[in-house]
Design a protein around this ligand. Structure first.
Ligand code: DX5
Ligand code: ZN
Length: 224
């Protein structure tokens, strides 16, 4: 069951990697509900970021759920390593896996939550056959690869239509959005039905003294 509130997942892609453990501890203390971890392979997306060993190293710094976003090709080859590293939610990309149902099923069989992500160019209809197999849908609001990009506005309509699809199928699962979220556009995303919000730049941009203030600014525009 997903709680009816704005859940924030701070994306550590915008953190200071030289003190990553401390950054995780600081955003946890500042009120982030989850820790969003972007794994990139330089193939599915142009950028290369972190792997399972970094995740297991930062795991002791927070008890909050680790929301691991795999932007890698053929994710099924690596899910065991990310589960062992401490992922609580493991999200694969629809575009990166020829057999997403098998991979989602496998992730769930290991006792953690399984998520499916779609890129901005992927239509929402692709998700309909996957609803029974996932605990979370992640709608990319930017082309994945880098933090600090601008939300592609057409994706807000997509969030609305996925939210309607979830209602129709009576699925109370996370509807996560990722990319360019800030205190100005978050209200529209929540209105559209998003209930788990990733934010990188909007939280980290002013340094650690402002993490709490920046997270609060995202949580303030609550909608009923
Ligand atoms: C982008 C990543 C995002 C990114 C979000 O490919 O998946 O999680 O870190 O950062 P902002 O909020 O700065 O767009
Ligand atoms: Zn992400």
């Amino acid at each position: 069951m997903v709680k009816k509130k704005i859940n924030i997942a701070a994306s550590i892609l915008s953190a200071d990697f030289s003190i990553l453990g401390k950054e995780v501890k600081d955003i946890d203390k500042a009120g982030s509900d989850m820790i969003h971890i972007d794994v990139m392979d330089g193939s599915f997306v142009p950028n290369i970021t972190i792997g399972p060993s970094v995740i297991s190293n930062i795991r002791p710094f927070s008890k909050k759920p680790f929301d691991v976003h795999l932007m890698i090709n053929e994710p099924s080859k690596h899910v065991d390593e990310f589960i062992a590293a401490g992922a609580d939610i493991l999200t694969i990309h629809y575009e990166a896996d020829l057999h997403p149902i098998r991979t989602l099923d496998y992730i769930k069989s290991k006792g953690i939550k399984a998520g499916i992500a779609i890129n901005p160019a992927t239509p929402e209809v692709a998700l309909e056959s996957l609803l029974d197999y996932c605990d979370l849908i992640l709608v990319m609001l930017v082309n994945p690869g880098f933090g600090g990009q601008k939300t592609i506005l057409s994706q807000i309509k997509k969030v609305k239509s996925i939210s309607a699809m979830l209602k129709k199928h009576k699925k109370n699962i996370y509807l996560e959005v990722d990319g360019g979220v800030n205190p100005l556009n978050i209200k529209n995303l929540v209105k559209a039905g998003a209930n788990l919000i990733v934010a990188g730049n909007a939280i980290f941009k002013d340094g650690k003294d402002f993490y709490e203030k920046n997270i609060r600014a995202l949580k303030v525009p609550r909608v009923k």
